[in-house]
Design a protein around this ligand. Structure first.
Ligand code: KIV
Length: 272
């Protein structure tokens, strides 16, 4: 089904708020390198997230904790060179903002200055209000991230659905309001009940982007390797795979190996 949407030469944080007001859903997808960034941008994805999920899908770590600020800046600058239309948002990695608000500001400035990205994303609510405030004061747009926050995985011990209990749901609602009040331009809600996510989306004027948070929010985000089926062992219920690249790429590469071994490649037309 084709969807009526406004043309944007460059998506900005203002465009996202406009999309929410117009009832146009926002598409967001990760990228970590130039080639993927080009494809994702050309497909008119509104927001490209240089997620710290690079730690998992690119570097092969079990969690997002090991990725460094320098590594995030490297990924982000590659994506920025590719993105002509999308807003590029970069995750501020674990260990680069929790110390104090000065450290948070320094890290955010490095991301913006060295990568050319347009905004940063931070995990957490009231606990890091001071750091978010300081970054916003410097004129850097900030996106929040609540619900399942993978940088706190060792505090929770599992990747199961968050905020099912009343107390956690109340705290999440308060944090969302707080992030709106202090000036965040949007919030990612990860793996929480759809009803709660919709309630949050209806209670704030900034866009709520969900991952595993149902369809009642203002937009959706996925990890591009999951959407394309490059990661085949990760099968959460919320994931819709549009391709099975793990298999297709494996088959293509096996064929190449066979062609080399059988001397079929290169043929006469593939040489000088
Ligand atoms: O790092 C990431 O890819 C993310 C998304 C899952 C929202 O934060």
């Amino acid at each position: 089904m084709s969807v009526a949407k406004k043309e944007y030469k460059r998506v900005t944080v203002k465009s996202l708020i406009e999309m929410k007001q117009d009832g146009e859903k926002i598409s967001m997808l990760t990228s970590y390198d130039y080639s993927m960034g080009k494809i994702v941008d050309a497909a008119q994805v509104d927001v490209i997230l240089v997620g710290d999920s690079a730690s998992n899908v690119i570097a092969g770590h079990e969690t997002t904790l090991p990725i460094t600020l320098d590594q995030m800046i490297y990924h982000a600058s590659s994506v920025v060179r590719a993105a002509k239309r999308a807003l590029v948002v970069v995750d501020i990695p674990f260990g680069s903002y929790q110390g104090d608000s000065k450290e948070a500001l320094r890290s955010a400035i490095r991301i913006m200055k060295e990568s050319g990205a347009h905004a940063i994303k931070v995990e957490g609510g009231a606990e890091i209000q001071g750091s978010i405030g300081r970054i916003l004061e410097a004129g850097i747009p900030v996106m929040g991230h609540l619900g399942l926050t993978p940088q706190s995985i060792y505090k929770f011990g599992t990747y199961t659905v968050r905020a099912k209990e009343e107390q956690e749901a109340e705290k999440l609602k308060e944090d969302a309001k707080l992030l709106e009040e202090i000036g965040c331009f949007g919030i990612v809600l990860e793996k929480i009940p759809a009803k709660l996510a919709q309630e949050v989306a209806e209670s704030v004027s900034i866009p709520i982007i969900g991952i595993g948070a149902g369809g009642g929010v203002d937009g959706q985000v996925l990890v591009v390797h999951d959407l394309l089926g490059m990661t085949h062992e990760f099968n959460p219920r919320f994931l819709r795979r549009y391709m099975n690249l793990y298999e297709d790429m494996g088959n293509a590469i096996s064929q190449y190996v066979d062609d080399v071994k059988s001397r079929d490649f290169p043929n006469e037309n593939e040489q000088y």
